[in-house]
Design a protein around this ligand. Sequence first.
Ligand SMILES: [Zn+2]
Length: 448
Amino acid sequence: MKKFDKRLLMIPMVLITTVIVVVMLIRSTKAFEVLLDDKPIGIVESQAVFGNLVESIRKNAENRYGTEIMISNKIDYKEVYLPDNKRVINVYSPASLSELEQSVALKAKVFVINVDGKDIAIFRDKATAEGILERVKAPYVENAGDGVVTTFAENVSIIERVVASGELNMLSDPDEVYSSITKENEAIRKYVVQKGDTVSEIAEKLGVRQKDIEKANPDLNIDRISIGQELSLSVPRYLINIKQSIVKEYEDSVPYDVSYEESDELYKGNTEVKVEGVEGKKTVKAELISINGIPEETRVLSEVVTVEPKAAIVLKGTKPRPRTLAYGVFNWPSRGSITSRFGARWGEQHSGIDIAAPKGSPNKAADGGVVKFAGWSGNYGKLVIIDHENGYTTYYGHNNTIKVKVGQRVARGDVIGTVGETGRATGPHLHFEVRKNGVPVNPLKYIN
Ligand SMILES: [Zn+2]
């Protein structure tokens, strides 16, 4: 028997295979594999089937969240051929549908209020965000005069963002946002003025700037604080602060320079104006800036001097000064505490001040001059009067002993007597008077 040629078998095999392939191709169906973000997730009959499916998921979400929803996944389709008997019209069963809902990325457009790079509120629509910012600004805009520009001190913007739909559960409540913006963001610290306080000492003690205390208390005269007065230590600040600015032109004075000339006709330590200085005038253009209605800063934009100031010339004495010549300013005549001040006292007028000191301690001339009286004088007891030869006289009452005689010249600081309680006195003290042209004045205003 002739050996069977195996190669002959190849012919029918190829033929059969070809037939099978042709039959399969004819009887197979074209379908589409869906790629969600490049990941195959199933096969559908047509692109429209999947498109509708996704659209219905989107629509459901829109109904649920009440706002426009987008789907951000990348969706691709790949053509595939399926055998007829395994024809797949739609791979999506209700179970796989919910799976699809999970894998689809639902996004929504929102509007955030951003303050200096930080989102502080999130809204579905821009109008709500704008409305809140307008509401914050409104009271300032209403009260602003002509030319005032009202803005925010911070960098405030409304930014459109696309977020995962889940974040829509975090939408802000407009009223709550308004309250949080307009609530003072730190409790204003208060301070009650104590005895002996000055504003600069308070600032140093509490570690705040004096400038801030002044700003926080716009009606305060910083040289006149009183015990028990309550001071704010900081100006109120909010999540968003209102900045207002206006450019103004106004006239201001220009201070004059003072130059000095020596004069041997004047005593050393004395001065005399030779030429009066005259202030000049300038036109200032400045931007006045306030924060939350409180003046914050003045930025000078330009200055034009319209009237030049005229310098003053002051003569300075060089002539040797007699020891006993008055300076015109008084030193303390005694060391001690003031037990009685000038003015009304027990229905009487107290014509000087009382300085309590131990008996025998020195009473000193408050300024140079000539002793006009030294002796007993009724209620004053042992009294010394010094004429300062400049319209002023000083009185030293209740001396224990008197150390000067009438007509004697005394220098500032010379001992003229000792503290006692002669005359009408309830304890050792110096009764000290300053008289200007014979009329008692408050010594505390003249003592240096
Ligand atoms: Zn007195």
